[in-house]
Design a binder for this molecule. Structure first.
Ligand code: F6P
Length: 326
């Protein structure tokens, strides 16, 4: 059996662990493994290299992806997809593991429809892929955002300021909401819920009145009211805390994967190969409870994981600023 593995879309810490997991599990079975360079772009250019046991050594702790990644415009066209499938079939590659986010998994589904035995591994810091509790990279990115929020809180308290911190996540508020809860933020803005700038100002005033030395707002980059707009709104309001704006940006994507992502990626890599062994392709490996489940790709492609409204509520309660609070 000859298989290939690629990483696609935005990189995520732990992608290397998934490449290693796929490669080592497949080699154990005596299979031949090829690493496609730069995602679907490399598939179109037929750029790949043979992976052996040593080529995935020393990569587990490294951020990014050793195979490279891309957001290929050509691959989204039917013509591009056909060419990619032909390149794989021409090379006698019977199985392909795609490591990436929602768009990359949609690409895996297209290739499956064209006769390639594809398996998806969810890897994106956004955690927007449905049917998996966690995608590879989320935990590390969350901790990176949290470390920054903790640092910002120090300076916010010293100066009695408001700070609006923008985190990534595209159209999904997961990363923002979780970093708000973990970072003890006073308010959070996510794309899934209507922004309430007046309500935030009210909370800010209460914050002042209760003697809080800071006011931290975590804003998802996809929120309808942007971090920059809220920051300006606070600064325009007389008597409010003075506001500062921090856009965390790509720092959240880099860095050495934490233990959770190293373990998750290894498990998902192994589970992907086990699915290929069983001939069950056209599926994504999803973490549900403690188990690695196989989810049909059409249930994942083009769909977004909903945000838990209870967690959104919880963030407000834990901020301790409700009008009824003592
Ligand atoms: O999907 C991961 C992600 O980091 C999103 O959170 C963000 O919107 C996007 O990628 C940024 O993409 P790029 O690195 O191509 O600018």
């Amino acid at each position: 059996m000859r298989i290939a593995v690629l990483t696609s879309g935005g990189d995520a810490p732990g992608m290397n662990g998934a490449i290693r997991g796929v490669t080592r599990t497949a080699l154990e079975r005596g299979w031949e493994v090829w690493g496609v360079e730069n995602g679907y772009e490399g598939l179109l250019e037929d750029r790949r290299r043979r992976l052996d046991d040593r080529s995935v050594g020393g990569i587990l702790h490294r951020g990014g992806t050793v195979l490279g990644t891309a957001r290929s415009k050509e691959f989204v066209t039917p013509e591009g997809q056909r060419r990619a499938a032909e390149n794989l079939l021409g090379a006698g590659i019977g199985g392909l593991v795609v490591i990436g986010g929602e768009g990359s998994l949609a690409g895996a589904q297209r290739l499956f429809e064209l006769g390639i035995g594809t398996i998806g591994i969810p890897a994106t810091i956004d955690n927007d892929v449905p049917h998996t509790e966690m995608a590879v990279g989320v935990d590390t990115a969350l901790n990176t955002a949290l470390e920054s929020i903790d640092r910002i809180k120090d300076t916010a308290s010293s100066h009695q300021r408001a700070h609006v911190v923008e985190v990534m996540g595209r159209n999904c508020g997961y990363l923002a909401l979780m970093s708000a809860i973990a970072g003890g933020a006073e308010a959070v803005l996510v794309p899934e819920f209507e922004p309430d700038p007046e309500g935030i100002l009210e909370a800010l005033r209460r914050s002042y009145a209760r003697g809080k030395p800071h006011f931290i707002v975590v804003a998802a980059e996809g929120a309808a009211l942007t971090a920059a707009e809220l920051h300006e709104y606070i600064n325009r309001t007389p008597g409010a805390f003075e506001s500062r704006l921090t856009v965390l940006g790509h720092v959240q994507r880099g860095g050495s994967p934490l233990a959770y992502d190293r373990i998750l990626s290894g498990r998902m890599g192994a589970a992907a190969v086990e699915a290929l062994v069983g001939g069950e392709t056209g599926v994504m490996i999803g973490l549900q409870g403690r188990r690695m489940e196989r989810i049909p790709l059409p249930e994942v492609a083009g769909k977004i994981r909903p945000l838990d409204p209870e967690l959104y509520e919880l963030a407000q309660v834990l901020a301790g600023l409700s009008a009824s609070g003592a």
